[in-house]
Write a protein that binds this ligand. Structure first.
Ligand code: GRF
Length: 222
């Protein structure tokens, strides 16, 4: 089995990075995490890379006068490492249309809402304010508009009566840690492909609808 070479871009905590690293340890996983890039030198998630002997690079956006120069640095570290697929995992910089174009259908992102609802920041506060009963997370191919792009997979969680933003965020995050490895498996194996503005799944996958939408509510403690 050929394993796709994956670079993960982070800015902070890195819990989704940790979930991807853990999943990629399975011998049949179709991707290997070979590089972690952070735009923040102090990102806590960089520790996961060093603990697992994974190379890491800093591309500090503050060190560059323009976004183009920052992205040139990103591009340089990704190409030196022979990266084939990029996962954004809590990466808090907006990528330009040019960069996204360069990596068309080869960058995926995880967003803490059921897109297209609640694009942008503070999704859990906004979900509570809107009074939705179901919230969740989405993995999608990246397009030049923020939190837009063909949806690979989603996870749904309930909003419970006594929720606050922290409790809801924690429930969504647990779902993210299952969702992102599953979605990367689909993309890296070629089962899920971005075609135009949709994701096309191969025939094998179409018979397994649970693989693109799952609800972990039933097996959660709360
Ligand atoms: C996650 O909630 C992810 O959905 C969002 O940023 C957060 C990153 O968390 N894009 P972590 O750094 O992976 O712990």
């Amino acid at each position: 089995m050929t394993r796709r070479r994956v670079g993960v871009l982070i800015s902070g905590r890195g819990s989704n990075l940790a979930a991807l690293i853990a999943a990629a340890q399975a011998p049949d996983y179709p991707a290997e995490i070979v590089l972690v890039v952070s735009n923040r030198p102090e990102a806590a998630g960089l520790a996961y890379a060093s603990e697992h002997g994974i190379a890491s690079e800093i591309a500090d956006h503050k060190a560059f006068a323009t976004k183009a120069e920052f992205e040139a640095r990103l591009q340089a570290v990704l190409s030196v490492a022979g990266i084939e697929l990029v996962c954004l995992a809590g990466f808090m910089r907006l990528l330009s249309g040019e960069f996204v174009e360069l990596w068309q259908n080869r960058i995926i992102n995880i967003h803490p809402s059921l897109l297209p609802a609640f694009r942008g920041l503070d999704t859990h506060v906004r979900a509570l304010a809107a009074g939705v009963c179901i919230h969740g997370a989405t993995v999608h191919f990246v397009r030049h508009e923020t939190d837009e792009g063909p949806i690979v997979a989603q996870a749904a969680v309930p909003v419970l009566p006594d929720d606050n933003a922290e409790r809801l965020a924690a429930r969504v995050l647990r779902a993210e840690h299952r969702l992102y490895p599953m979605a990367l498996r689909l993309v890296a194996s070629g089962v899920a492909r971005g075609v135009g503005e949709r994701v096309v799944f191969d025939g094998r996958h179409l018979r397994e609808p649970n693989a693109v939408l799952f609800s972990p509510a039933a097996d959660q403690e709360d």
